[in-house]
Write a protein that binds this ligand. Sequence first.
Ligand code: HPA
Length: 248
Amino acid sequence: MSTPHNSAEIGDIAERVLLPGDPLRAKFIAENFLTNVKQYNSIRNIFGFTGKYKGVPVSIQSTGIGIPSFSVYVHELIHVYGAKKLIRTGTCGGMHDSLKLRDVLIAQGSSTDSSIVHQTFGGAINFSLLADFDLLSKAVNNAKKLNIPVKVGNVICTDTFYNDYSDANGTFTSNGLTLDEKMIRYGILAVEMESAALYLLAAAAQVQALAIFTVSDHIIRKEHATAEEREKDFSDMIKIALDTVVEE
Ligand code: HPA
């Protein structure tokens, strides 16, 4: 059985899945890190591949940008295809001063301006969106073994790439800080656009999920990694994600 968005048959997709946003990144990961690769989806050019990593079946499913697109693919991966361990491998915009371009960041928690939590629980509960602790601790250990430094903490998952937060200053905060400044003071490390959906969908279905990022931009210092830099450090993140997703 396929879906309107995914032509894979049941059994074509592994229980262990990496989730890059960009379809060409999915192709790059499949071609450079997996063996026995088979492409199972090209609907909308949102490519998906299954292969083996260290002998274990792994799929690489691209998701597009943002919570709505991401949620379509991840919902189907979990509920139609039986995915059990899902690791998002994406980029993020650094906010905290401690982050440098090309750092690898693991989202221990995901704060969000999206309405998805409210849609799920109503106004009564501000549900905490958390990484799966088993995957999180394995990822930190695997990064150590690979000698790749990682930062771990809270991120803000936004519905807009372009927003007016910084213009909204005092109307958003009580103490004269811009909303960005306030988030940073409360320990938000970076901004991205999918982790909240991943952690919510995983919690609802009781499967394991983790989001790992490479810092591609610093939105406060207005820095941007070059294409070459993105490529190399993207590979560091993929090694951590693959070692973690196949670990028993
Ligand atoms: N904003 C949101 N998501 C991102 C960014 C950003 O600046 N950079 C990489 N992913």
